[in-house]
Design a protein around this ligand. Structure first.
Ligand code: ADP
Ligand code: MG
Length: 348
């Protein structure tokens, strides 16, 4: 895990603040036309000409959002960017720039920050965004990362949370519950490791779900796909807290009700088998497990033929009138009111 005794450990104080910023950011290239000035002045300068700009920020705090005993710093850097880009894509926008601010205690050597930034750089390259600024400061305890992402979008393409209409279809990308079950596996291995550090975990049977937890991908491809299919969702949100709470957000903001079908919820076989092993209900995990970073959206029924049979998306429900409430229709055809539990409540 991270405390490899043989690794070089250069104290951050050796570089000083400006040396550190330069060292960490010098390999980042600027590729976006909208970036006029990146790192190095008092502020970045951007030019979006006639496009609308979306801005979103997320903060990740050690021991609250991540645990470095099983989260490699490179992955943490990558994931921190994904968490933010996912919000940009949920507006049906293209991500263009990020800023990265870190607060770090002297427990971290330079090499640790290099790892973090190598993950950030990979994400920036793969997703085509420019790093245009940030801030660097010290912290007395752990590591805090705050990323801001910017994106651009044509006015007529913006999708908000509040446009769902009765009779629309509820659609989700990918599959759900993997990130939460990956976390369960990693937490279990951490306990085993504490008891016997010689014990090397065999994560082979859990590759997919562990990857869903450690290296999630934001659904940039879906924004492209929707454009190609000429489908503009009526509402959209990204799934960071769990399907149930995100559906409730869409419904409340759109002033509609919903029927969600349990038998339609997409689950990977590895999620199902790991749920059996841990004796957890897979529907509960899909509804309340967090961090899947899939997109949840509604489309008008007219657009159904355009998405029909596409392996990236699954229709999981129908938008109803507000008066009909928000329900999960179980396999036994019972209607259960949806609750916003959020993944923390799964711990109880
Ligand atoms: P100021 O004192 O004006 O806030 P800084 O010395 O903090 O400026 O930052 C100098 C430049 O480096 C700015 O362009 C800033 O956005 C960038 N920067 C600072 N910290 C980071 C970081 N952790 N990651 C990326 N860019 C950073
Ligand atoms: Mg500063």
């Amino acid at each position: 895990m991270i405390e490899d005794k043989n690794q070089e450990r250069t104290p951050l104080s050796e570089l000083g603040e400006f040396g550190l910023i330069d060292h960490l950011t010098k390999h980042f290239k600027i590729s976006k036309e909208s970036t006029v000035k990146g790192i190095g002045d008092d502020a970045a300068v951007l030019d979006f000409s006639d496009k609308k700009v979306v801005v979103t920020t997320d903060m990740l705090v050690e021991q609250v959002h991540f645990d470095l005993s099983y989260m490699p710093l490179k992955h943490l850097g990558y994931k921190s960017v994904m968490v933010n880009l996912s919000d940009v894509y949920a507006m049906n926008a293209t991500a263009t720039q990020i800023t990265v601010s870190i607060a770090v205690s002297n427990r971290f050597p330079l090499e640790a920050l290099e790892e973090l930034y190598s993950g950030i750089q990979t994400a920036a390259e793969v997703y085509g965004v420019d790093l245009v600024g940030g801030d660097t400061t010290s912290s007395t305890s752990g590591l805090i990362i705050s990323i801001t992402a910017l994106g651009d979008v044509d006015t007529e393409s913006i999708v908000y949370r509040n446009g769902a209409k009765p009779n629309d279809l509820l659609v989700v990308t990918g599959d759900l519950g993997g990130a939460y079950m990956g976390l369960q596996v990693l937490e279990r291995e951490k306990e085993v490791f504490k008891v016997n550090p010689q014990n090397q975990p065999d994560l082979e049977p859990y590759t997919y779900i562990v990857e869903r937890q450690l290296k999630p991908e934001a659904r940039k491809d879906i924004v492209t796909l929707l454009k190609e299919l000429e489908v503009k969702p009526t509402s959209m949100i990204d799934i960071s807290d769990g399907l149930s709470s995100e559906i409730i957000h869409l419904c409340k903001q759109s002033d509609v009700g919903i029927e969600l079908y349990e038998n339609k919820i997409p689950l990977d076989p590895q999620v199902i088998s790991t749920c059996e092993e841990f004796n957890i209900d897979s529907t509960t995990v899909a509804l309340n497990g967090g961090e899947d970073y899939e997109l949840l959206f509604t489309i008008s029924q007219e657009d159904f033929p355009k998405i029909k049979g596409n392996p990236n998306v699954t229709v999981i429900g129908f938008v109803k009138d507000k008066s009909q409430g928000m329900h999960l229709i179980t396999r036994a055809e019972q209607a259960i009111p949806l609750k916003a539990q959020g993944w923390n409540s799964l711990e109880n």
